[in-house]
Design a protein around this ligand. Structure first.
Ligand SMILES: [Zn+2]
Length: 321
């Protein structure tokens, strides 16, 4: 996947402007859901502030400094990464802080990147707070979290908090297509169901979600499933949720198609023939009612209540046609 498609360009540009005006702060906390480019943006900023051939507001990605960041070998860029939810230990913080005391090797800025700062132990946090309180012009601290509410308020208050927006469907599709060679039909499915998260979109792709959603369309929407199949589905919470989400997207597509909305906006672009066959059997009013029933069922699913009866009522509208 191309690096420049993973970071948030708007936020990078903001940093470039601050840096150029010499107004860069000491510590920033990047907050937002997993998979939206927080770490990639932090690394892009590390490249930007150290680039030896910077052009306007962009790093060159080719000078020795940029290459060292890309390969994880830059002597002034430190990354502490905890993916599995393990706490960040005091030892790691001490090591990081001892690096912080040294002068920059390359003469640029030292950049300390701590991922998932919410997993800092209390000891670690206390040690780290000192660094946050004693800024040096040479050091830039970039922290990330996907759960801002669990980050110690003493840390939050010493950082500029930057909220990362979800990817738009367009940006997400671009990122998926550039790196994965998906066709546009499938990327539309992934962007819709990933709800702005690149990590989620990748997980869906790895789990062959398109195949599974098509199975559900064939088994539950276009045909009447067996009673045993319905029973099996209702027992499995994850499968019930998946059915609800797919059903909702299908009925919404049907309403859009009935209203002659362009195909590009539909989720199930890989099933346009089936969709138009489905749409022909209903009036717009009937589709609206069906949508209402599905939304009601969704509330029960969210509350983990039994959805057998509402599902059968929806089934009546689907399977008798
Ligand atoms: Zn460079």
């Amino acid at each position: 996947m191309q690096k420049e498609l993973q970071y948030n360009q708007t936020i990078l540009r903001r940093f470039a402007v601050l840096d150029r005006k010499n107004r860069l702060g000491h510590a920033y906390l990047f907050a937002g859901p997993p998979g939206i480019g927080k770490t990639e943006t932090a690394l892009a900023i590390a490249k930007l502030v150290n680039c030896e051939a910077r052009r306007e507001e962009m790093f060159c990605d080719a000078c020795p400094s940029c290459i060292q960041v890309n390969t994880g070998n830059h002597p002034d860029v430190f990354v502490v990464s905890h993916e599995g939810g393990e706490p960040i230990s005091i030892e790691e913080i001490r090591e990081l802080l001892s690096c912080n005391k040294l002068r920059s090797f390359m003469g640029g800025k030292k950049v300390l990147i701590l991922k998932n700062i919410e997993s800092l132990t209390l000891d670690g946090a206390n040690a780290f707070l000192k660094t946050l309180e004693e800024p040096t012009a040479e050091t830039l601290i970039l922290l990330t979290t996907s759960t801002l509410e669990t980050v110690l308020s003493t840390i939050q208050s010493r950082c500029h908090v930057i909220h990362f927006p979800f990817f738009s469907d367009h940006d997400l599709a671009e990122r998926l297509n550039n790196g994965h060679g998906l066709d546009t039909h499938h990327s539309r499915v992934y962007t819709y169901f990933a709800q702005g998260s690149l990590t989620r979109a990748r997980q869906l792709k790895e789990g062959r979600f398109v195949d599974r959603k098509n199975e559900i369309i064939d088994e539950f929407i276009l045909n009447r499933p067996s009673d045993a199949r319905i029973k099996g589905l209702l027992k499995d919470e994850e499968e019930t949720k998946r059915l609800f989400n797919i059903l909702l997207s299908w009925v919404r597509d049907a309403m859009l198609a009935k209203a002659n909305v362009q195909d590009g906006r539909l989720v199930h672009q890989d099933r346009l023939d089936d969709l138009s066959g489905f749409v022909k059997k209903y009036t717009f009013e009937e589709l609206k009612n069906l949508n209402g029933s599905v939304v009601k069922m969704g509330r029960l699913v969210a509350d983990k209540l039994n959805i057998k009866l509402p599902l059968l009522i929806i089934g009546e509208q689907l399977w008798r046609k």
